[in-house]
Design a binder for this molecule. Structure first.
Ligand SMILES: Nc1ncnc2c1ncn2[C@@H]1O[C@H](COP(=O)(O)OP(=O)(O)OP(=O)(O)O)[C@@H](O)[C@H]1O
Length: 257
């Protein structure tokens, strides 16, 4: 099976404000395949966001090697899209201009094709009629949809998502999960999804990476054999409940006292 992202013996040490150092990650091995959906879960501070920043090329590891399509990561790359916890939209731009903003910022212009694609993405995230609104006129869930559309404009092979739904209410969160699954099936890509929610990880993922508390290490990689397409019925599947309980026990047993 072809690997898209490889982390080999990756370690990350940060300088701490007290003059000491923080070992955020130690000897992390991860091999992610083309078009698979992988979630990272683990206790707060175990280095999940650090892994995303390393894959994105926003940070260089202090030890080990990260490769994307077999090429060492040395800087941010075009194959990657990123979605953060907050949508970080520019309030003075329209929704459509927010989606095309990264292209405009990088290349100084937006092509006719990119404009057309931005409109297509708006349709895909269910916001066809909102292209000319400002972000302030949209709900939190709608704003996060715009951020997802923005991350997909250059059709990245890899989508990195850092707790993208954590600021949303429970109902919107479920709705967004199903929406993301639909987008992912329409435009398959390798997704690395950070979450604190075991349910969310189970509903979305092909595999779940369970990390241990700092220094963050990969504690386990769990296959999720729940059938696709997944929907509301998945949440009631006895295997779903059984796996959620087992993972909860595993995560709590690894959390710091
Ligand atoms: N730039 C930095 N400088 C110093 N320490 C940092 C830096 N970035 C992260 N850390 C530390 O590295 C560790 C891992 O942080 P990270 O944000 O990756 O964890 P996380 O698992 O995503 O946490 P959470 O679940 O709370 O979001 C934490 O102890 C954090 O304080």
């Amino acid at each position: 099976m072809e690997h898209v992202i490889d982390l080999d013996a990756v370690g990350q040490v940060f300088a701490a404000s007290d003059g000491g150092s923080v070992t955020a990650l130690q000897d992390v091995q991860l091999h992610l395949r083309r078009n698979e959906f992988v979630s990272l879960i683990g206790p707060s501070g175990c280095g999940k966001s650090t892994i995303l920043r390393l894959i994105a090329g926003l940070l260089r590891p202090t030890s080990g090697l990260i490769r994307i399509f077999d090429t060492p990561v040395t800087e941010p790359r075009d194959e990657i899209g990123m979605v953060f916890q907050k949508p970080t939209l520019l309030p003075w731009l329209t929704v459509l201009d927010n989606i095309t903003f990264p292209m405009k910022h990088k290349y100084g212009r937006v092509t006719v094709q990119e404009h057309a694609r931005a409109r297509e993405l708006l349709r895909m995230v269910g916001l066809t009629d909102f292209g000319h609104k400002r972000p302030g006129e949209l709900s939190g869930g709608m704003q996060q949809r715009v951020a997802i559309a923005r991350s997909l404009l250059h059709d990245p092979d890899i989508l990195l998502m850092d707790e993208p739904f954590s600021a949303l209410d429970a109902l919107t969160r479920d709705e967004m999960s199903f929406e993301l699954l639909r987008i992912w099936s329409e435009r398959p890509k390798t997704v690395v999804f950070v979450t604190h929610s075991i349910q969310e990880a189970l509903l979305l993922s092909d595999r779940i990476v369970v990390m241990s508390a700092r220094p963050g290490k990969v504690d386990d990689v769990i296959d999720v054999p729940l059938p696709r397409p997944r929907d509301m019925a998945t949440l009631a599947d006895p295997l779903f409940t059984e796996m959620a309980n087992a993972i909860r026990v595993q995560v709590f047993s690894r959390a710091p006292a």
